[in-house]
Design a protein around this ligand. Structure first.
Ligand SMILES: *Cc1c(COP(=O)(O)O)cnc(C)c1O
Length: 422
């Protein structure tokens, strides 16, 4: 079994909490930058390659700025995500707008920023045309339907997914868009989330490259890019084998050489919209044990709860936990690690074997850098935590302050009735 080590020590956390009390999300700048460089290297064989970070995974302008400095763009799906990207200095062709069920007004904002627009449905063509016109370059999202399999079995069920167009619709969409003035095209698909296999992207690439060749042959469309979207996962469990991005990039390259190059399409750019793979391992939710409870089971109550990290409650997802300072202690206790919501699914871990936990111990919950803070909510009137950055020089920067009751009540128009002590 491989080990999962936190990127902070108890000593560092004891220092941080003097300024920023728990719970908080902490991100590791150095590791984020190193990972982007690995991803870019894995696809460096492709001249036009670009990673568009899926903003929903970690919507923080400081994080987006780090990614921009490393050459990433942003994948957005809402007005505020577009605004965040703009605020982080990401505009134009560095934005991919991959929305679905798009509310009125959002295409207009994307268009103003000169973002690439990725259409989720055939009916979105008229909607877009009416709202702001058809841009010269446009992308369409494909859903192959059925069940998606790679070498090691069934991965997911696109036939049940709400996204994308059927194959006949994609052909019709390209033709209609050409008539409406589109000159260059993209092709996008997102079939499986959190894949822990090096085979997913290469298999998806084969599917999309084959379709791209057919689209070009039948419609004469100039295909500018193929967008492999997100879905490359991380090893949340210590026994899982991490994806090898180098091998993934090489698998996509082989498919490119075999399918696109012989069709005279060796100039197609490869885009990705990774979220989880870019950030998840480089964030921890740091929380403190504040209570213990001994009933039919042994409980440790911490000061974070599901509003800070929803994945365990929502998907029954595993997140590894390290008791800081007890990294090498024997895991001879079994606990449920719980938060304070009046919801019985508010459990970060169930029947987890851990070292003995004392009140006051700090726990690092791993792999919370993506789809962690961002899925937060305010149930039970709980407040969102701060987000902190462990900078490359070892210093700590607060990149989002914790919410206060004032923030929570800010949308009421009778705020003067509340007494705030700040
Ligand atoms: C969520 C999402 C992503 C990122 O997915 P990850 O699983 O975080 O890689 C990329 N593209 C689109 C359109 C998405 O909805």
């Amino acid at each position: 079994m491989s080990e999962k080590r936190p990127f902070v020590t108890k000593k560092q956390v004891e220092k941080i909490v003097k300024t920023y009390p728990t719970p908080f999300h902490l991100y590791d700048e150095r590791a984020i930058r190193e990972n982007v460089r690995r991803v870019k290297k894995a696809f460096s064989w492709n001249h036009g390659y670009r990673e568009y970070f899926a903003v929903k995974a970690t919507p923080n302008p400081y994080i987006l700025s780090i990614l921009r400095e490393e050459g990433c763009g942003a994948d957005c799906a809402s007005l505020t995500e577009l605004m965040l990207s703009e605020a982080a200095g990401i505009t134009g062709e560095n934005i991919m707008f991959s929305s679905n069920d798009t509310p009125r007004g959002e295409f207009t904002k994307a268009n103003e920023l000169h973002a690439y627009i990725n259409l989720d449905d055939y009916t979105m063509i008229d909607f877009l045309k009416e709202e702001c016109g058809i841009p010269k370059t446009i992308c369409c999202r494909y859903n192959p339907g059925g069940v998606y399999t790679v070498s090691n079995g069934i991965m997911d069920n696109p036939g049940d997914a709400k996204y994308g167009m059927t194959k006949p619709q994609i052909f019709d969409a390209y033709k209609k868009l050409q008539k409406l003035g589109a000159e260059e095209f993209g092709l996008h698909s997102f079939l499986v989330s959190n894949t822990v296999t090096n085979d997913y992207y290469p298999a998806l690439a084969r599917t999309l490259f084959t379709l791209a060749v057919e689209l070009k042959q039948e419609t004469g469309a100039k295909i500018k890019f193929v967008n492999l979207s997100g879905g490359v996962g991380v090893a949340y469990r210590p026994e899982q084998k991490e994806n090898d991005i180098e091998a993934i990039g090489e698998g996509v390259r082989r498919a490119y050489e075999e399918i696109l190059v012989p069709a005279g399409m060796g100039d197609v750019a490869i885009f990705t919209e990774l979220g989880r793979f870019m950030l998840a391992p480089y964030g921890h939710l740091i929380t403190r044990a504040i209570h213990e409870k001994h009933i039919y089971k042994e409980y440790i109550g911490v000061d974070a709860c599901a509003v800070n990290l929803m994945r365990p409650a929502m998907y029954n997802a595993y997140h590894h936990i390290t008791v800081l300072g007890k990294e090498n202690a024997l895991c001879d206790h079994k606990y449920d690690i719980v938060g304070s919501l009046c919801e019985n699914n508010d459990k970060f871990a169930v029947d987890r074997e851990l070292p003995e936990i004392s009140i006051g111990d700090y726990l690092a919950i791993h792999d919370t850098g993506a789809h962690g803070f961002s899925m937060g909510y305010n149930y039970n009137g709980k407040l969102r935590s701060a987000e902190l950055l462990l900078c490359e020089d070892g210093s700590i920067k607060q990149i989002r302050r914790a919410e206060t009751p004032k923030d929570y009540f800010a949308t009421f128009d009778f705020s003067d009735r509340f007494k705030f002590s700040e």
